[in-house]
Design a protein around this ligand. Structure first.
Ligand SMILES: NC(=O)c1ccc[n+]([C@@H]2O[C@H](COP(=O)([O-])OP(=O)(O)OC[C@H]3O[C@@H](n4cnc5c(N)ncnc54)[C@H](O)[C@@H]3O)[C@@H](O)[C@H]2O)c1
Length: 467
């Protein structure tokens, strides 16, 4: 069978590193035949890895869209504010589209994307990777099996770790809500997508509160310089030290260890965290240890294309990721709670905060017959179900194979996207999934409005589904 052909628009962290490796692992399923990327180093690297000839390498999405349709699929992984125009152009040209979340940064643009997809009968898939994880699918299956009885209350938390918050929402690309998106959209459109999907009902009432409490100049300890590497007096004790986060990498591996369910991997990470020099020595004999000792993936690749120690130090001296977290130009919240009432009376709170000790999502679902608790982090995940009367307890390990991003969601999303493009057509299920993505974005915009205006907002799901 011939592979599905695709073009990539935006060969950045998500496009080149999270989704495109699927084509290398499954060459019979997917082949990238063209790329549009303004950054020359990224464009070259992508073209080399995927064997794309020079004439199919373009600098912008506009250039690639000036060509006749080159492939069946377009994967669009540009930054938040650059989703709508390339996605509309691609669908108008005839491509089926895989578009990164958020679909767009305004509700009007999200609606416009749906309209273009439906009018042209071109598939529009949104990268709501959580939906594709074994973890979320298992939670849905359990809730819908009825074993928990009637669902009364849900407490779902997006526990963004202190170091991920500092990386993405204080120093990084999503720090400023006017330049990218409000954090509830950037970080939680996934959660707002899976909650109605798991529960099989939609919210009808919503309120929200939250603010930026900590990462502000008035909270800066005295005498802190603009950069961690500029002789900061508290560098050795500050959890947000860029040296600690990007050179020592201890918080990253600690988060990984805390949610890892594989005994062997956990033991190795323990040893690495306690004695890095020992593991470094062992890595000469056991090359698999170099996955840790010579780690070169996210978040390091955001700082530099070649995350060697020298290049990282240079990035900390000159780039945005070396800045003191109290002296940045950030304005997104660092904690926000969204409270909702769903159609069948279920109350749901979604808590997002950027001060978690460990990176993970946690879910607690209380029903009339039992409760479910779930944890999903970058090391792995698990779910427990306890029945009230029998006190029977079921534990399910939902960890993806080691190394798979977003709980295995990234690669499963690609597998299903490729299968849908291969099948072609524009089924009701595809249309419905795109509308569900629109609804999750609508909830995020509404939550932000409720937070800013301090309001309780009534939601009419039918309005969004029928527009
Ligand atoms: N699904 C998820 O869970 C998830 C996780 C993280 C990020 N994201 C989203 O993925 C998107 C990309 O994030 P990223 O971290 O990969 O960003 P990135 O900055 O690493 O990648 C974006 C790329 O687009 C390129 N680009 C800029 N202008 C362009 C143009 N005119 N034509 C073509 N390419 C252009 C940039 O040079 C860059 O390489 C964002 O919208 C982000 O919110 C999604």
């Amino acid at each position: 069978m011939k592979p599905v052909r695709a073009i990539l628009i935006g060969a950045g962290q998500r496009g080149a590193e999270a989704y495109a490796p699927y084509a290398l692992k499954h060459p019979n399923e997917l082949k990238f035949i063209a790329v549009a990327e303004p950054d020359e180093e990224r464009r070259r690297k992508f073209a080399n890895v995927h064997a794309i000839p020079e004439k199919y390498c373009f600098t912008t999405w506009e250039e690639i869209m000036e060509q006749p349709q080159l492939a069946e699929a377009a994967i669009i992984t540009t930054q938040d504010w650059l989703h709508t125009r390339p996605a509309i152009a691609a669908m108008e040209r005839g491509y089926h589209v895989l578009l990164e979340k958020p679909m767009a940064t305004s509700l009007e643009e999200c609606q416009q994307l749906i309209e273009v997809s439906e009018r042209n009968q071109r598939q529009l898939h949104i990268c709501h990777v959580l939906r594709y994880t074994q973890h979320a699918r298992k939670m849905r299956e359990i809730v819908q099996s009825g074993v928990l009885g009637e669902i009364i209350d849900v407490d779902h938390r997006e526990n963004v770790s202190f170091w991920h918050m500092a990386h993405s929402y204080v120093r990084g690309n999503w720090r400023n809500r006017h330049q990218s998106s409000p954090m509830i959209l950037a970080k939680c459109c996934h959660d707002l997508d899976i909650l109605p999907w798991i529960l099989g009902q939609k919210p009808i009432l919503l309120s929200s509160c939250g603010e930026l409490t900590h990462f502000r100049s008035d909270k800066a300890p005295i005498n802190t310089p603009e950069r961690c590497v500029d002789g900061c007096p508290i560098e050795r004790e500050c959890p947000y030290s860029a040296i600690h986060i990007y050179i020592e990498m201890q918080p990253f591996w600690h988060s990984y260890r805390e949610t890892c369910t594989n005994f062997f991997n956990k033991a190795i990470l323990d040893a690495w965290l306690k004695n890095p020099a020992l593991i470094r020595n062992f890595s000469r004999i056991f090359p698999f240890l170099r996955q840790i000792t010579d780690y070169k993936g996210w978040p390091l690749t955001v700082l530099t294309q070649d995350p060697s120690p020298d290049k990282i130090r240079e990035a900390l001296r000159n780039g945005p990721y070396g800045r003191c977290v109290y002296h940045c130009d950030n304005n997104v919240v660092d904690h926000q709670v969204v409270s909702m009432q769903f159609q069948k009376g279920t109350t749901v709170t979604l808590t997002m905060h950027g001060h978690s000790h460990v990176e993970h999502r946690s879910t607690r679902i209380e029903g009339t017959r039992g409760r479910l608790m779930g944890v999903l982090g970058n090391g792995g995940g698990w779910i427990t179900v306890e029945e009230h009367r029998s006190r029977k307890k079921l534990c399910v390990d939902t960890s993806p194979p080691t190394g798979e991003g977003h709980g295995g969601g990234d690669s499963q999303l690609m597998a299903e996207f490729v299968a849908q493009v291969r099948a072609g057509g524009y089924s009701d299920a595809i249309k419905e999934a795109a509308r569900e993505a629109l609804f999750s974005h609508y909830l995020a915009f509404t939550a932000e409005q409720a937070r800013i205006e301090k309001k309780v907002i009534t939601i009419n799901p039918e309005e969004i589904y029928s527009q």
